[in-house]
Every structure is written in structure tokens, then in C-alpha cells.
Design a binder for this molecule. Structure first.
Ligand code: GRF
Length: 194
């Protein structure tokens, strides 16, 4: 199976996935990075680990449709079987999602459906909930929505501050995402209605 990781920023999940592939924990034939941000740190990570990069900036295209068409063309060229969104800061259009039914995953730093959106860790922290967590799910046309594949709790300790909580959530993500991709590649996830 061929994997494409989509990321826009730091890329720590990208690195965790690449590490799991290199260690043989995920049996991917190939992996590529799709990035929409020329200034993203994840590009440096890809260069260091010799992963092929498709860089596509939205502003270089006159429409979202053209932008996505260019990406899809490259995905077809590399015969991509699975897309893993890992901090990709753009919603994919319903047309894009339909082209890869049950073949796009996302990781989100909360126990979905709680705390959707891009400030999930901060929102959980400020709401003083006793625990939050990490979710890996299939992507559908709605944001942070779609059938859950794996989900794990992360407790919020009284002595936590936002930074310490973020740190624990990210280290949970780095284990959970490779596990979910491994499950997908081993055919252990039943594809039904999401
Ligand atoms: C992660 O917290 C992920 O759950 C969210 O975006 C963040 C990306 O972090 N979707 P990184 O770029 O992988 O370090």
C-alpha cells in the first residue's frame, strides 16, 4: 500500500508515521508528503528522512478545484491507497473526499465529538474537563467528523498547564496514528457506513 501524509505545519505526526514505516511497524510500500505551506517545518523533516514531497500552495491556483485537481493528479501518479491528514489546515472538498471513499484518515487532539476545531486542546483545558484525548477517524465532508477508528483518553491533571497537557496529547498521537494506519493496512477495519 502507498501512503500520502498531508501536513501544513510542524509535522511531528508525519515523523512518527515515517518512523513506524522505517521500523517495519507499518507495512507501506511508499510514503509521500503533501504540503500546502512552503514555510512549514514538516518540509525539513521530509528532506531529512528522504521522503518525496508534493508542495502545492493554494494561492498558486485560481480555484480550490484546480488546487485539488493538481494534488489528485499527483496522488494518482504515485498510486496512493491511503491519505493520512496530520495537521493539514484545509478542509478537503466533498468532491475530493468522494474520490477516496473510506481512504482518508484524520487525527484530532480530543475525544470527538467533543472539542472539534483547531483549538481542541486549549478548549478542553479551559473547560476544566477531567479528561480529553486523541481520536483517529475516517474523513467525511464535515469537519472533525466521520467514523472513529481509534480513540484514547488523556487525563487532565490538577497540576497541568496547557504546555504539559499538549505534550502528553502529542505523545499519545504519535502512538495512536501509526497504530490506526497499521490496522487499516492489515485490512482489520471493516469498511461500512461512516
Ligand atoms: C495535531 O495535534 C493533530 O491532532 C492536529 O494537528 C496537530 C498537528 O501536529 N490535527 P503536528 O504538525 O503533527 O506536530
Amino acid at each position: 500500500m502507498n501512503l500520502a501524509v498531508f501536513a501544513s505545519g510542524n509535522g511531528s505526526n508525519f515523523s512518527a508515521i515515517v518512523k513506524a514505516i522505517k521500523q517495519g511497524k507499518i507495512k507501506a510500500r511508499s510514503v509521500i508528503l503533501v504540503c500546502d505551506n512552503p514555510g512549514a517545518f514538516v518540509l525539513k523533516r521530509a528532506q531529512k528522512s528522504k521522503v518525496k514531497v508534493i508542495l502545492a500552495s493554494r494561492q498558486d491556483f485560481s480555484s480550490r478545484k484546480d488546487f485539488e485537481a493538481a494534488i489528485i493528479q499527483r496522488l494518482k501518479y504515485y498510486k496512493i491507497d491511503l491519505i493520512a491528514l496530520a495537521g493539514f489546515m484545509r478542509m478537503l472538498s466533498p468532491d475530493f473526499v468522494k474520490k477516496y471513499p473510506n481512504r482518508i484518515l484524520n487525527i484530532h487532539p480530543s475525544l470527538l465529538p467533543a472539542f472539534k476545531g483547531s483549538h481542541a486542546i486549549k478548549d478542553a483545558f479551559e473547560n476544566k474537563v477531567p479528561f480529553t484525548g486523541v481520536t483517529v477517524h475516517f474523513v467525511d465532508e464535515k469537519m472533525d467528523h466521520g467514523r472513529v477508528i481509534l480513540q484514547e483518553k488523556v487525563g487532565i491533571k490538577v497540576k497541568d498547564n496547557l504546555t504539559s497537557l499538549e505534550k502528553r496529547i502529542h505523545s499519545k498521537e504519535h502512538k495512536l496514528y501509526p497504530q490506526a494506519i497499521k490496522l487499516f493496512f492489515s485490512g482489520k477495519i471493516k469498511i461500512g457506513k461512516s
